[in-house]
Design a protein around this ligand. Structure first.
Ligand code: CIR
Length: 253
């Protein structure tokens, strides 16, 4: 059960953020509207949403998920692998102090982005990517081990972050796309396979009784509905242009 979410408004500098996509420049006004709708979707799932003010110094700071991993036992502040984003953690540390007594930290040379961390009950899966290195993943494993959580480390082949292509929906249902389809690390799950042309929708968020999905991916939406979940769709086009998935826009706890 999630009670709370943290998001950060986008700033005007959002359009200058990091991206590898060739989908064009995001439209600031449109992104603002989409972000507001995202916050409404979270509220519809029954959580209280803390909306942080935009921070022009960090164009990608709306992707708050990369700065922390929040569990019921502790908060962990990451060490983001992209230099232009690393300072975002200083702001997040201060915010998390309002919610957590116990805060852990990934330290250099360890690097870790929250987008590379997927929690399934008492177990974590951590992707090794361009943003998360082995030192970061091993630190994470040691830290979370103290709290009784297990960790499986998974090297990525193509995906940007682990959760770009795999997300846990609950009830043993795992949404998988691309390189994670039939991946041996996930063989015990009921796999919900995302079609190649709908790959972006491999990143959906289960929030209490609902699953939030990006709008425009009918195949994925239908499969999730067939599992019995209530689906809430949100427009994500402007965030997709900046390599951002649905989960990246919030920290949920
Ligand atoms: C970045 O390159 O860091 C941002 N433009 C996108 C971050 C997306 N975050 C995520 O998938 N967890």
């Amino acid at each position: 059960m999630f009670n709370h979410a943290i998001v950060r408004k986008i700033g005007k500098s959002f359009v200058n953020g990091l991206t590898t996509s060739d989908l064009g420049n995001p439209n600031y006004e449109k992104a603002l509207v989409q972000h507001e709708a995202y916050v409404e979707a979270l509220k519809q799932c029954g959580v209280k949403v803390t909306v942080l003010e935009s921070d022009e110094r960090y164009p990608d700071s709306t992707f708050v998920e990369d700065t922390a991993v929040l569990t019921s036992k502790c908060a962990l502040v990451t060490n983001p692998g992209a230099e232009s984003r690393n300072g975002e953690i200083n702001e997040m540390k201060a915010v998390l102090k309002d919610f957590y007594d116990t805060i852990e930290y990934i330290q250099s040379p360890g690097m870790l982005d929250g987008g590379d961390v997927m929690q399934v009950e008492d177990h974590f899966y951590v992707g090794l990517s361009t943003r998360t290195n082995e030192a970061g993943a091993l630190q994470f494993k040691d830290i979370m081990g103290k709290y009784g959580y297990g960790t499986t480390i998974i090297p990525l082949k193509k995906f940007f972050h682990l959760k770009t292509g795999v997300n846990y929906l609950g009830d043993n249902n795992l949404l998988v796309a691309g390189e994670f389809i039939n991946h041996e690390a996930f063989s015990s799950f009921n796999q919900i396979i995302v079609k190649e042309e709908e790959e972006y929708s491999g990143n959906c968020v289960r929030m209490n009784d609902c699953v939030i999905v990006p709008k425009g991916f009918e195949g994925t939406k239908k499969k999730i509905e067939e599992l019995g979940y209530t689906v809430i769709e949100v427009e994500m086009t402007e965030f997709q242009k900046q390599d951002g998935g649905l989960s990246c826009l919030s920290l949920r706890f």
